[in-house]
Design a protein around this ligand. Structure first.
Ligand SMILES: [Mg+2]
Length: 223
């Protein structure tokens, strides 16, 4: 059985997983694993769970555009420097900012994060299975699923086997997680995930204890 060779000293990022989490606790040690899949058996290097919003889908841009229009404001993604977005919208909006996430038309205007599709294709070409692990508000799951299909992240014939809708990413059984929320990375790794990548976003800049990727180019360089 082929064994994946990890880049270590020669890697531009050094030993991020050991710096952050220690060398122990890896589920597969980077080995190729054989998985029994729905349509047969094939070898793959492992599973990479990829968050959707702010990792492959630029949700904030469209979300804030709709808010700004309704509330006559000028908030940009760069103003959102904390996970709690309610701190940055007008008081009269407050928690109503989340109502936009119940609108299934929201994804009609969402664009792809730069380099995301090519990055995902790269991961697949390296032998990884890519699944999407995303939190969905009520009524949003199908719209997000269709967005992933229309933008080429999931095939039209997909039976949802590569799409996971959940808020607690400790439940994701994958080797790696790429996510823009630090809490999700921590929970994933504490639950046994091998390594998490914090995808750079203004709201997570205060977090310095996780391995950060600034773009999909960084992700591609790593794998
Ligand atoms: Mg996200």
């Amino acid at each position: 059985m082929e064994t994946k060779t990890r880049r270590t000293n020669d890697h531009p990022f050094g030993h991020p997983w050991e710096k952050v989490y220690g060398a122990s606790g890896r589920k597969h040690g980077g080995s190729v694993v054989r998985l029994e899949l729905e349509f047969g058996t094939r070898e793959q290097k492992g599973i990479i769970a990829v968050d959707v919003d702010q990792v492959v889908a630029d949700l904030h841009d469209t979300w804030l555009e709709r808010y700004n229009k309704d509330y006559d404001d000028h908030v940009t993604v760069w103003d959102i420097v904390d996970w709690d977005i309610t701190k940055f919208v007008k008081p009269e909006c407050g928690n109503k900012i989340f109502d936009y996430l119940n609108d299934p038309t929201l994804y009609e205007d969402v664009i792809v994060i730069e380099g995301a599709l090519a990055g995902v294709e790269h991961l697949k070409s390296c032998g990884y299975r890519v699944v999407y692990a995303t939190s969905c508000h009520i009524g949003m799951h199908d719209a997000k699923w269709m967005w992933l299909v229309e933008e080429g992240f999931l095939p039209k014939a997909n039976t949802q086997k590569d799409l996971i809708s959940l808020s607690d990413k400790a439940l994701v059984r994958a080797d790696y997680l790429i996510d823009d929320r630090a809490l999700h990375i921590h929970n994933f790794v504490r639950a046994g995930g091998e390594m998490g990548f914090l995808f750079d976003a203004p709201h997570n800049h205060a977090n310095t204890d996780l391995f950060r990727v600034k773009s999909w180019a960084d992700v591609v360089r790593y794998f």
